[in-house]
Design a binder for this molecule. Sequence first.
Ligand code: FAD
Ligand code: SIN
Length: 533
Amino acid sequence: MDFTEEHITTDFLIIGGGAAGMRAAIELARSGDVLVATKDSPSESSTEYAQGGVAVALSDEDEISIHYDDTMQAGDGLCNRGAVKTLVAEGPMRIRELILWGAEFDREGTKLAFTQEAAHTKRRILHAHGDSTGREIMRVLLDKVRSFNKVTKLDFAFTQNLIVRNGRCTGAVVLQQPEGKQLVVTARAVICATGGTGQVYERTTNPGVATGDGLAMAYRAGAALMDMEFIQFHPTALFLSGAPQFLLSEAMRGEGGMLRNIHGFRFLEQYHPARELAPRDVVTRAIHSELNATETDHVYLDMTHLTNDYVMKRFPRIYTTCKELGVDITREPIPVSPAAHYIMGGVKTDLWGATNIPGLFAAGETACTGVHGANRLASNSLLEGLVFGERAGLAAARYATKRKNRLLSGLSASPINGRQATRSRNPRRSATPLDSRDADHIQMSLKKLMSDAVGIVRDRKKLSAALKQLRAWERMTAIAEPHRSAGELQNMITTSLLIARSALLREGSVGAHFRNDFPNKGKGWRKRVVIRK
Ligand code: FAD
Ligand code: SIN
């Protein structure tokens, strides 16, 4: 790798260091120099915070075809069959290899221990250290990556924009913190693995880095985005004044946790025969309607009927975190309410992570293969990162080799007088940058707007008003100082606009997308909403 003050040339650039990015890096390290840029410290990713586990058909009582059926069922008719087949069939290989590399999943005796989560018909969720599955997966991936001297990590490196030259993605512009130095990274192929966008909502389980940067920059660069209306709200995030919106894993319900309304009534039996283990979107909407009916802002997750020892041993991180926040989950029901958790949509890719822009690949939560359809089956996304991260790595390596061979044999497709490189800048319409107080105000208002109008229950009137407001904010923030926070705000506005536009276009209710004014699936519901600049 050749470093100069403002320019880095590498073979492969991966934007994002969660499960998808790191798994791709392991594959690419066999084919050249790899630079992995992450926005914050290495541990700031959704992967690191993943609790419940990773779904995989490895238990004696399970089969790949049953995992396939459960995933298809949860996706409410909109899963891409090929993507689901790939996920469930390649999943066991990716997990076995992780175990070979040192992953310590929990065991009962010598056998792997599997837990239950909603909408799974089998106990198939592997977990590590009780409720620290993501952390264990990251530990192993990072160790593996370190074993290759071909991979360089650039942390606190906020990627601002992709570079597109002659219709091909050839790198990205990165702002290195804290110096604020701008680096132009040129690469033979780029993989975008920047995770989700939960931060556009007031209540979210996602870490601060989840501001939809990859989605927004891919959109600016001309990539197609699909299924952006499908936002998954996790039913149970801690609801406590002044406390973080800490996730209370679905595995807690899998192990017997019950949901009760503020009167102590186990209300889910009125909504779905599977009660606490109904699909996630159903449980979330049931809580939403229960909150309205009881005119309150939370329900309770009750674990008090389970033995103290069991709860503390099975969910050590959750137990300790709640205890520190003043709730002893072995003795008292936990106040919870839904929070934005995962985006099913994203940068449209084929099953190898390829986007419509040659040279640009996407994997993990940022990508949309259609594998989750309209509602993701719990614990399928860590697996998604591993399976499709590996595939994107392989495909990017193949792309770079093919292109090199073409260039060497003089068959380059690039026209001699081709277009100049474009850095897909953010739109420039306003004259002066916003001051930081106004920017903070917009950010807070945006989260509120998205939660009220583009949240669990939607309708045309609110969505149209939200779009109008978002467009106004887009104009106001068009010129941004070259700071991470200003770039993030622009990305949050862009992502919010894409979610709201897609939600308005889908006049029907499918999976996690629910329209009050169109409560049924409606005509043509199988059509996907695809948006391009
Ligand atoms: P992430 O792991 O989110 O990584 C994103 C990376 O991109 C980070 O390194 C970040 O720094 C970087 N990045 C972002 N923007 C930029 C930028 N502009 N420039 C440079 N770098 C950037 N799924 C399961 O399957 N099982 C679970 O038990 C589970 N539990 C969860 C619990 C919580 C609290 C949360 C939030 C999610 C959970 N999920 C779970 C979902 C799952 O963790 C994520 O979908 C998955 O880990 C996403 O992986 P990823 O590699 O795509 O992105
Ligand atoms: C959880 O532990 O409830 C999160 C699982 C997931 O989002 O897949």
